[in-house]
Design a protein around this ligand. Structure first.
Ligand code: ATP
Ligand code: MG
Length: 226
């Protein structure tokens, strides 16, 4: 039987066949403030609350800041910290070296659990700045996606938007192309009607909703369809 993991986004899983496939790569695309980090946190929380382990890899924010953000949302990550929830803060500019050499060593040293693992990589955006060359971006992103989706089920975030004609903008093309699943979060406070929306752009092996779904950001729930 294929194993699927609930996303932690209330109301979404029944629209995507029960959740994301084990060992798949999901990329969450959205502009700043659209809820990418929150989505990642609720994906991990859903795991640790269901006897799985979680690993949050950040490039921008210190673990303390991430835990504070979760606390403000009403989520106590501290009680899981180091038991079933682990953090890696990747600092530096030589991303190729960080990803190829340091990350595998850090995972080995940090993740002390035999449970099924969910991983959040927040965010891919600084890696995309490394080069404009699509082939080089592909090499770097593959070096993140392949090993991480071997040891766990991955959710990565990337800053970006769709073009006016709803085609992929340049900065998100490579991670979208390399992912099994893509969730697009949109936030437009100026808009009449739903300010926040969620759309599944791709979900391999899954009969999924194609609609632009209104979502909300709520205390204790995070990104939710209800
Ligand atoms: N308790 C809350 N209740 C409702 N909305 C909240 C709450 N806390 C945060 N928000 C909303 O969530 C937004 C931040 O979401 P989040 O950090 O997940 O976005 P992001 O896509 O990761 O942004 P960035 O690209 O800047 O990292 C805030 O700007 C605010 O609109
Ligand atoms: Mg964020």
């Amino acid at each position: 039987m294929v194993e699927r993991y609930n996303t932690g986004i209330e109301g979404l899983d029944k629209l995507i066949g029960g959740g994301v496939l084990k060992n798949s790569v999901t990329t969450v695309v959205g502009c700043s403030g659209s809820g990418k980090t929150t989505t990642g946190l609720q994906f991990l929380l859903n795991g640790v609350e269901n006897d799985q382990a979680g690993l949050y890899i950040s490039l921008e924010e210190k673990p303390k800041t991430v835990m504070k953000q979760a606390e403000l949302m009403g989520w106590d990550l501290k009680k899981h910290h180091k038991e079933s929830l682990f953090f890696i803060y990747l600092q530096g500019q030589n991303y190729m070296e960080l990803i190829e050499e340091q990350l595998p060593r850090l995972i080995e040293a940090r993740v002390k659990s035999d449970k099924d693992l969910r991983i959040v990589f927040d965010s891919l955006t600084p890696l995309m700045w490394y080069t404009d060359e699509k082939l080089a971006q592909r090499e770097l992103i593959t070096k993140v996606f392949e090993p991480l989706s071997e040891v766990g089920t991955l959710m990565a975030t990337v800053d970006g938007n769709l073009n006016q004609n709803r085609t992929l903008s340049n900065e998100i093309f490579v991670p979208v192309y390399l992912s099994d699943n893509v969730i697009f979060l949109n936030y437009n406070p100026e808009r009449n009607g739903p300010k926040r929306t969620l759309q599944i752009l791709k979900m391999r092996g899954t009969d999924h909703s194609e609609e632009i779904l209104p979502v909300y950001m709520k205390q204790n729930k995070g990104v939710t369809l209800k």
